[in-house]
Design a protein around this ligand. Structure first.
Ligand SMILES: Cc1ncc(COP(=O)(O)O)c(C=O)c1O
Length: 386
């Protein structure tokens, strides 16, 4: 039987299964000690004051925009070469997404294009660290300061990446006013579903905790103890949401975070193996990331095919060999869901040209060199037989 090689795969250890099981043996399955410990560990890892865990990266984006008071009449600058949730979150708060062009090498927002997109309605820049590659936080920070804009980092794909130079670098997520992470199973760290928002400001943190827990102003982390009064539990100071993350998910996240360094090293080694194997594959362009300032946290390994190669043909040829691939990312402004929206009537030639050539290869912590050789062999054959 043909071996199937998935695009991504979670990496869960026995210790992590034991951590989740241990929670299931307690009466506290939500809003308990695991949540507090996971938040503390995330804040410490990033050197920021507050981490608020939520039910997904999308929920985190929604809350980050709400915490900044962004709403109707406001504009938020963001890339179109991104997962669709970033733009949907902006729409969810009734603000206007303004798509800006990306840098062809890093696939991150091009600072000069961001500056051109600033208008008197702009309130924030939503900076996505695409594929785990740190965005130009120095230049983007300067633009934000010059125009009085907030920065929300979307670090859903970039946990552990660092930006800076030889002398000083910091983890992404510690630069913006708020930063959002996602823990879906294809991410560097998973809680099944889940996410987190980091912030520096205690007022933002209190608001995030309240909003994720149905607008309860009481300590957002405290659920009623069994048998105790539930009076505070039914007092809602503002309209909110159920964006809570379960104790089981927090236990898994905390255990995963404790070995994140090891997991990121496995991913970096896998990327280096692809780089080496693909060096002898004519026509397939490897990620051109040699100029990246500091440290990538490898999320996916995506190559660029020649413009005259039929990507669908390549994908089906690989699928025939049991190899999954992904078209990361179709630009948001070209998605059927965005057709007719005024944000979508934008010309982004770099985004469009690059997106049409991208192909993500199978990439996960424990991918074996043997599997990568098989992927590269199949890719070489498919590209040459176009
Ligand atoms: C850049 C980016 N933002 C937001 C999200 C949304 O995260 P979630 O799927 O946890 O809602 C993702 C998920 O893939 C993402 O890659």
């Amino acid at each position: 039987m043909t071996e199937r090689i998935p695009l991504s795969a979670p990496d869960i250890t026995d210790a992590e299964i034991a951590a989740v099981t241990a929670v299931l043996r307690t009466p506290c399955l939500s809003l308990g000690p695991e949540l507090e410990a996971f938040e503390k560990a995330l804040a410490e890892y990033h050197g920021v004051d507050h981490a608020v865990v939520v039910s997904s990266g999308t929920a985190g984006l929604h809350l980050a925009l709400l915490a900044l008071g962004i709403g109707e009449g406001d504009e938020v600058i963001l890339p179109s070469f991104a997962f669709v949730a970033v733009a949907n979150a902006v729409l969810q708060v009734r603000a206007m997404p303004v798509f800006a062009e990306i840098d062809a090498a890093t696939l991150n927002l091009e600072p000069a294009a961001v500056e051109r997109a600033v208008s008197r309605r702009t309130r924030a820049i939503l900076v996505v660290h695409t594929f785990g590659v740190p965005a130009q936080m120095d230049a983007l920070g300067t633009i934000a300061r010059r125009h009085g804009l907030a920065i929300i980092e979307d670090a859903c794909e970039a946990l552990g990446a660092r930006f800076g130079d030889e002398t000083e670098s910091r983890r992404v997520g510690s630069f913006g006013d708020l930063a959002v992470f996602g823990f879906y199973p294809n991410k560097q760290l998973t809680t099944g579903e889940g996410g987190a928002v980091l912030c520096r400001d205690a007022v933002h943190a209190a608001q995030l905790r309240s909003l994720r827990n149905q607008g309860r102003r009481c300590d957002g982390n405290a659920a009623p103890k069994s048998g105790a009064s539930i009076s505070g539990w039914l007092d809602h100071a503002e309209p909110g949401y159920n964006y809570r993350l379960s104790e089981m998910a927090c236990a898994l996240g905390r255990a995963q975070l404790s070995r994140l360094g090891e997991m990121l090293a496995m991913r970096k080694a896998a990327a280096q193996r692809y780089d080496k194997l693909l060096a002898q594959t004519p026509g397939v362009e490897r990620p051109p990331l040699h100029r990246v300032q500091r440290e990538i946290s490898w999320f996916v390994y995506a190559v660029r095919l020649p413009a005259d190669v039929d990507r669908d043909h390549v994908q089906s040829a690989l699928a025939h060999d049991g190899i999954a691939t992904g078209r990361y990312f179709p630009p948001i402004h070209l998605q059927p869901a965005w057709r007719g929206h005024s944000s979508a009537t934008v010309s982004l030639p770099v985004t469009e040209a690059i997106a049409s050539r991208m192909l993500a290869l199978p990439f996960f912590n424990r991918i074996e060199e043997r599997q990568q050789k098989k992927v590269v062999e199949a890719l070489r054959w498919a590209v040459s037989s176009r």
